[in-house]
Design a protein. Structure first.
Length: 277
């Protein structure tokens, strides 16, 4: 199975999405001879394979669907999980802010169900590498299954360990630290990052952020920023454009920082203070 965004027609082993009335949608892998069944009827996979993406199709009882490629956001939202997943609104901002792209070496601690791992693996491309640490075997196994389903597992090195022991890797371009107490691991993360490397933490409460800020400054991280991302959708109707009744508000605080190599030269004192070093 594969998550392809550069094909014009549905193919065997592609992940496909059927979107029906009231935006009810289903994601599955196309297989020769298989069939899709739901309360809205049955569709044969063979009738879908070879169809251009965006085609309208109908089940055996006439229920309408559109055949689409699932977006990365669709996959992350529907991810099988046992832990709280991250939202696309946060993931996208993290990827851009840390400049993660093809060929990068990215580390993660706190794999969870693999939503951020999936996004990182997609972003670094075939030439990049994601190293993801997790302490719970059952959680890591689920994440591995999710990455396998999306055809991205070859880009990820899963490691089972208490990160208090430190990390095997050094010179990582970026590090995403998704644990409740990141302030306890600033030393270990600094050792794993290359000079100038990016760090991001996701935290739900002010108290955790406060402790993390003290820890980052103590361990020579700077350019520290704290933000949250609020997302509001609007009804896409020209005659009644207005906000929808629900919005994705606070999901966590994002803390960004970069590893720096401070100088004892007094000429740099003002700049060091300005960037929080």
């Amino acid at each position: 199975m594969s998550f392809q965004l550069h094909t014009d027609v549905a193919r065997i082993d592609d992940l496909a999405q059927l979107v029906g009335l009231r935006h009810k949608h289903f994601i599955f892998t196309l297989q020769a001879g298989a069939r899709f069944e739901s309360h809205r009827g049955i569709l044969q996979h063979d009738d879908l394979i070879g169809q251009p993406w965006g085609t309208q199709v109908f089940s055996h009882n006439g229920s309408p669907f559109f055949l689409l490629q699932p977006s990365l956001a669709d996959l992350l939202t529907e991810l099988p999980r046992t832990t709280q997943i991250m939202y696309p609104k946060d993931i996208g901002f993290i990827l851009v802010t840390m400049g993660i792209g093809p060929g990068h070496k990215v580390m993660e601690a706190g794999t969870g169900s693999g939503s951020m791992t999936t996004a990182l693996a997609y972003a670094v491309g075939p030439s990049g590498q994601v190293i993801s640490y997790e302490i719970k075997p059952d959680v890591q196994n689920l994440a591995r299954k999710n990455l396998t389903r999306f055809g991205l597992v070859s880009r990820v090195d899963f490691k089972l360990r208490d990160i208090q022991e430190g990390f095997d890797e050094t010179n990582a371009d970026s590090f995403f630290l998704d644990v409740p107490n990141p302030y306890d691991y600033a030393v270990q993360v600094r050792a794993a990052l290359q000079p100038g490397g990016h760090l991001c933490c996701l935290l739900p409460t002010f108290n955790q952020v406060e402790k993390t800020l003290y820890s980052l400054r103590r361990e020579n991280f700077a350019f520290i920023e704290v933000c949250e991302i609020l997302l509001r959708y609007y009804q896409a109707e020209p005659t009644k454009l207005r906000p929808t009744d629900r919005m994705v508000a606070h999901t966590g605080f994002l803390v960004f920082a970069r590893r720096i190599e401070p100088s004892q030269d007094p000429r740099g004192r003002e700049l060091a203070e300005e960037i929080g070093a």
